[in-house]
Design a protein around this ligand. Structure first.
Ligand code: PAF
Length: 324
């Protein structure tokens, strides 16, 4: 019998008593961005839904701000079952599930509507099925956002302006290949090290979506922001197989529904931060370039696209580009 929320009869009262005596499972969910970020909003929505719809048999303990390590470490922990869940960008995911790498191609997605349609549709949903054989359960595609470049040296309008800049990137070969063709010197680094590296000048810049730039306080250590939107950064809500394999069918449904609510909340927060964050960063002293020559960035990517076509298949890239 499912746990009742209200005891209107003696039987329900007994069931409620039995349920409240049941052990509560605490799920450890981690992510690298700070409390109050878009990832925190997504995690909070997921946890609230799971708690409510399992009558508190499950609750979450959240670990924001890289408290459990960088994204690669957290995915490994989820794979091992020493961490229950993670919200992660796709940055390191291709090292676990190679089929995912294609979605990290720069300028692959036109806008948020295009990206969300692809991930909610057959292409995105099929990619989720590639995770279980790797010991991971992908509950849903969620969102980090379109990435923009910040740096401490100069305003960036066109690819040549990035020439020779040491820019921290994710540990992601698809990104690095593209950024090299802009002229940058990509420097892969785990996110927990980024603020200090920017502060100490180990790197000149970094690239991330507005919600990350605001919640990580990068305005304190970076002067210039260019709205390059050079790549869409998807994210995933991953659960350990150790948790999933013990869930009843009914609880699995609850987790999957909770993931949907979480995705909607996280995307809303990305939209809000994109709408309000740039003005906030200007107030905090950043100089913002809005008139970026995106066509020139796309032109510069041509050699990288030839390599992507070889690696992923021109047809597969086109399939994603053609989604309306
Ligand atoms: O730059 C990154 O590593 C990612 O965008 C971040 C900030 C960890 C969010 O997934």
């Amino acid at each position: 019998m499912p746990c009742p929320t209200l005891a209107r009869t003696a039987v329900a009262a007994l069931a409620l008593l039995a349920c409240s005596a049941q052990a509560q499972t605490v799920l450890k969910i981690g992510y690298t961005p700070a409390k109050d970020s878009h990832y925190w909003v997504g995690a909070t929505a997921f946890c609230a839904e799971v708690e409510k719809n399992t009558q508190n048999r499950f609750k979450c303990q959240q670990f924001p701000s890289s408290a459990l390590g960088g994204e690669r470490e957290q995915i490994e922990a989820v794979q091992l079952g020493t961490q229950d869940a993670v919200i992660t960008s796709t940055g390191p995911v291709g090292n676990f599930v190679p089929e995912v790498k294609i979605v990290d191609i720069p300028f692959l997605f036109r806008d948020y509507a295009h990206a969300r349609t692809v991930f909610d549709g057959p292409i995105g949903q099929d990619l989720l099925t590639k995770f279980p054989p790797k010991g991971l359960v992908a509950l849903a595609w969620t969102e980090n956002g379109f990435r923009h470049i910040t740096n401490s040296r100069r305003p960036i309008h066109k690819p040549e302006d990035t020439r020779g800049l040491k820019v921290r990137t994710m540990e992601n070969k698809v990104h690095m290949e593209g950024y090299r063709s802009f002229g940058m010197l990509p420097t892969p680094m785990a996110f927990p090290e980024v603020f200090t590296a920017l502060q100490q000048g180990t790197v000149d810049g970094q690239e991330n979506p507005i919600p990350v730039i605001t919640s990580s306080k990068f305005a304190q250590v970076q002067k210039h922001l260019s709205l390059t939107g050079h790549v869409y950064s998807p994210a995933l809500l991953l659960l350990s197989n150790a948790v999933w394999s013990k869930l009843s069918e009914a609880d699995r449904k609850v987790f999957l529904e909770a993931a949907k609510v979480s995705v909607a909340a996280q995307r809303r927060k990305v939209d809000e931060d994109d709408a309000n964050g740039v003005a906030l960063l200007e107030k905090e002293g950043m100089q913002v370039v809005r008139n970026v020559d995106k066509t020139a960035f796309q032109e510069a990517l041509k050699p990288a696209y030839a390599a992507y076509a070889k690696e992923f298949g021109a047809d597969n890239i086109k399939k994603i580009q053609d989604v309306r």
